[in-house]
Design a protein around this ligand. Structure first.
Ligand SMILES: Cc1cc2nc3c(=O)[nH]c(=O)nc-3n(C[C@H](O)[C@H](O)[C@H](O)COP(=O)(O)OP(=O)(O)OC[C@H]3O[C@@H](n4cnc5c(N)ncnc54)[C@H](O)[C@@H]3O)c2cc1C
Length: 415
């Protein structure tokens, strides 16, 4: 009897997990090797004194096509963020948002000083335009920086500085809006078609739910690969594993020397959790600091999201910095007091994520299945091949799995 080929996935992040699910759906049980002691890659939550602390503030846009395919959104019990933000500038706050989705934004947005009436009307027409624009045309469009794009669309300097820069800095994890206009259009479209959400038990619920779709024993934690050569995987401890087909669902340059995608640059972020006496905003909404020169980019109150989380605030610092934790905490405490009149108490946790989002040019929606094949035995997955999003991570896992399935089923003529 012919033995079924052995398929190994390196990395139990969202991409590796989706690759394993796609393979399982085709009747192939892959083994996942994960270096860390927990699955999920960049999608991590820890519980500390019963507090849900995500490793970096990230949201699931429930309009992501891949999320709708791979996740049971209902079971995740998603908490939706209000479609807007509270913007702090010069010590004053203003509430802005999409009044067509949340009527409470109507007056505040109409009279807010973040931009002109023309800017606000442009925002609605951009939303309408992008709802109609296909994902294919978004990712085929000429790529310019988001800043250039917004200027071309006719937005004023004022709304760019007061709204787009702080809002998208929190999403792109860079403060200059240098991220590709394709990514801007994609994210803006996803926001227009759905909501920014968080599972009621934290972001890691996503990876946990993906892992539950696999069989027990499929994921091997605390197992780091150091080299992949042909059908041989060498582990950090020197042991060797045979694998007919290996999907590397993470950065592959450490495993395969001289890869064209080596030298990948990353955007970092630091999230700080503090105690605070502030009562929160009363609903899940993001606070943004639009003052130039501040390190603080955005914050939200955990009590607005999770039950039993009174008096905890999560603050994100997007700008790269070299501060020690205590220095950064002191700086953030000073900024929230001065610019937002919010008193912060003791620090609960600080998490600096050096490799949060890949800094990419020439981004695509997801890879073609054939493009994921590196050699006869090696395939690539991961968000960094397309764009830094959960959607791309999921889809690139799927297409790499499809390439392996095609190879096994003999549908591929070359390779
Ligand atoms: C702070 C932050 C905010 C974000 N915000 C958003 C957001 O709001 N919306 C959104 O859509 N996306 C967001 N993202 C991006 C999203 O989290 C990623 O796109 C996604 O998690 C990437 O998944 P991945 O599987 O491609 O990579 P990873 O999650 O990096 O997984 C790779 C896995 O491979 C493992 N691995 C690597 N090398 C080896 C080896 N040699 N041996 C064994 N295992 C190995 C790693 O340990 C890791 O578990 C954010 C990310 C961060 C960190």
């Amino acid at each position: 009897m012919q033995q079924s080929p052995k398929v190994t996935i390196i990395g139990a992040g969202v991409s590796g997990l989706c690759a394993a699910i796609a393979l399982k759906n085709a009747g192939i049980t892959a083994q996942i090797i994960e270096a860390q002691s927990s699955l999920g890659g960049r999608v991590q939550t820890t519980l500390k004194d019963n507090l849900i602390l995500d490793h970096g503030f990230q949201v699931l846009l429930d309009s992501y096509p891949a999320a709708q395919k791979y996740l049971d959104l209902k079971t995740l019990d998603l908490v939706k963020f209000a479609p807007g933000a509270i913007i702090y500038k010069g010590g004053k706050s203003t509430k802005v948002g999409d009044p067509t989705r949340d009527a409470s934004f109507l007056w505040a947005t109409a009279f807010s000083s973040i931009g002109s009436i023309k800017d606000k009307l442009k925002m609605f027409s951009l939303s309408r335009k992008l709802k109609q624009k296909s994902l294919k045309s978004i990712f085929e469009a000429k790529e310019i920086s988001t800043l250039e794009y917004l200027k071309q669309e006719g937005f004023s300097e004022k709304i760019i500085e007061n709204f787009f820069k702080p809002f998208y800095a929190g999403i792109f994890l860079e403060t200059e809006l240098s991220t590709s206009s394709r990514m801007f259009e994609f994210v803006f479209k996803m926001f227009s078609e759905g909501s920014a959400t968080l599972p009621s038990t934290g972001i890691a619920a996503i990876s946990i739910q993906l892992a539950r779709q696999l069989e027990e024993g499929q994921i091997q934690l605390n197992s780091s690969a150091s080299r992949v050569q042909g059908s041989k995987i060498t582990m950090d401890d020197g042991t060797q594993v045979h694998s007919d087909y290996t999907i590397i669902a993470g950065q592959a340059d450490r495993l395969i020397p001289n890869l064209p995608i080596s030298n990948l640059q990353w955007h970092e972020v630091t999230v700080l959790y503090f105690k605070t006496n502030h009562k929160g905003f009363g609903k899940p909404i993001i606070g943004l600091v639009a003052d130039k020169g501040t390190l603080t980019n955005n914050f939200h109150f955990l009590q607005d999201l999770f039950k039993g989380h009174d008096n905890v605030i999560s603050v994100s610092v997007v700008k790269a910095h070299e501060h020690e934790e205590h220095e950064l905490a002191a700086r953030v405490r000073m900024e929230l007091k001065e610019y937002c009149h919010i008193d912060l108490g003791e620090v609960i946790e600080v998490k600096k994520i050096k490799k949060a989002l890949p800094n990419l040019r020439n981004i695509n929606y997801c890879m073609e299945s054939t493009e994921t094949q590196l050699t006869d035995h090696i395939y690539l997955a991961g968000d960094h091949l397309s764009n830094g999003s959960l959607n791309a991570a999921m889809l690139n896992g799927e297409v790499a799995a499809q390439a392996v399935i095609d190879k096994i089923e003999g549908k591929v003529l070359v390779g």
